[in-house]
Ligand binder design. Structure first.
Ligand code: SF4
Length: 443
């Protein structure tokens, strides 16, 4: 899809540009040393745009310092300020970094007030050549929109279109849009609806793709690849982030694979495909485990999501530690197929996890907690369990989770049932036990 061109410092997004790979720091932005060190590692790993969270005005100053130190090292990777809840912080950050991400769900509830705040932000962005990402998430749709359209892909598209119309009214086009969800079906449909509507209106903003709260490990990679590749294969998407609840450096090779594949720099390692009605038998000769997983997710994710296929049988070989491993009939082939079916929301063989990637707002060791929650809840097939890094955005972003584990800070945790907090201020050491007790008592 042909889009406008957006400029964020040295980087061009959209137009005829290749797909841009981005990620986000999980350091505290006020810890300038740690943030600079992580930005350097992310740059070296291949990140082309790096986002940092800006929870308060003090972090705008940290951001200024981080940027200056990176530039003095010759690293000109554009930085993005991730701002929630405060248009004042967004305006201050727009004078410092190349791009500001705002969450429209967090702007003033009064529409006229929000318009006014946005117009001020646009003015500063125009004066400084700063880009904006309008980053709407499924979990943080406003009440007005959900009352009109439900909690649906259509609601996401309608909500963001209001903001894109404001951009046009303000004659501001240096804008990228995202409509992320942790549910791959919702995410893909929302972007498709938006792409169609933008093409009809004739003003086509570039799109930033991502599956939010995708989790970690194989599941997180497969889920991200299914959602992002479904859209990239249709020519939708100009910049991508693979959100993993892991060190952000681990996100880059997965995102780079997706960018290269859909910029046509590499092909799938599938060597044969036999179709029998809605069943596919796919044979691979993959050079590594990770490559097999990503090729498989990209080759079949969209077809499963769109119900063109109902079943895929994985065969062939991959190389692991120099040895050729045969997939035909193996437990590993069955596991990868189960993961793919779950990521495409066709069959749930384990709980569905929603885990944020963590950022400078994270209140505890998210990665190890998430792994422990996964281990201890693995029997709860079909249940949706969220593990979120902070109480500020976590509850709003958990979307349709049945249960949520949310960090409060000060080694305390809140436990949510759906959208309702049922236990607050639980000491971290007891929180997983309490969560499991609540789930068991509820069954
Ligand atoms: S929910 Fe997670 S990723 Fe989102 S702001 Fe909070 S800590 Fe950061």
């Amino acid at each position: 899809m042909k889009t406008n061109m957006v400029h964020a410092g040295s980087m061009t997004i959209g137009g005829d540009s290749p797909i841009v790979v981005q990620t986000m720091c999980n350091t505290h932005t006020s810890d300038v040393d740690a943030s600079v060190a992580q930005c350097v590692r992310l740059y070296e790993a291949g990140a082309q745009i790096i986002r940092l969270t800006v929870p308060s005005p003090a972090q705008v100053e940290s951001l200024r310092e981080i940027k200056a130190r990176l530039r003095s090292k010759g690293i000109d990777t554009p930085l993005v300020a991730d701002v929630h809840f405060s248009s004042e912080i967004a305006i201050a950050a727009a004078e410092v970094v190349e791009k500001v991400r705002i969450n429209p769900g967090n702007f003033h509830k009064d529409h006229d007030k929000a318009r006014e705040q946005f117009a001020k932000l646009v003015e500063v962005c125009k004066a400084n050549g700063t880009a904006i990402r309008i980053g709407l998430n499924h979990g943080s749709l406003g009440e007005r929109i959900t009352n009109l359209y439900g909690n649906t892909p259509l609601a996401m598209k309608e909500a963001v279109m209001e903001w894109l119309r404001m951009c046009v009214e303000n004659d501001f086009y240096n804008v990228v849009v995202s409509l992320k969800a942790s549910n791959t079906y919702v995410m893909v449909e929302a972007y498709r609806l938006l792409a169609k509507e933008m093409q009809e209106t004739g003003v086509v903003f570039p799109l930033h793709l991502g599956v939010t709260e995708a989790g970690n490990g194989d599941g997180g990679r497969i889920k991200s690849a299914v959602g992002i590749s479904a859209l990239l294969s249709e020519g939708i998407g100009n910049t991508i982030r693979v959100s993993l609840t892991e060190d952000p450096e681990n996100e880059i090779p997965v995102a780079q694979y997706l960018a290269d594949r859909y910029d046509r720099k590499l092909n799938s390692t599938m060597v044969s495909l036999v179709l029998e009605g809605k069943k596919a038998v796919a044979t691979y000769a993959a050079p590594s485990r990770e490559r097999l997983l990503l090729d498989f997710a990209c080759d079949f994710g969209k077809r499963l999501l769109d119900k063109e296929l109902d079943e895929v049988v994985l065969c062939g070989t991959y190389i692991d530690e120099g040895k050729e491993i045969v997939l035909d009939g193996s437990d590993y082939a069955e596991y990868l197929t189960d993961e793919l079916m779950q990521a495409a929301r066709r069959r749930f063989y384990r709980p569905e996890y929603i885990a944020c990637p963590g950022c400078g707002r994270t209140m505890y060791n998210l990665e190890s907690t998430f792994n422990e929650v996964k281990l201890r809840t693995s029997h709860l097939k079909g249940m949706v369990i969220a593990v979120m890094g902070c109480i500020v955005n976590g509850p709003g972003e958990m979307a349709d989770a049945d249960w949520g584990y949310v960090g409060e800070g000060n080694r305390k945790v809140s436990i949510y049932k759906g959208k309702t907090p049922v236990l607050r201020h639980v000491p971290e050491e007891e929180a997983i036990d309490r969560l499991l007790e609540l789930i068991e008592n509820d069954r």
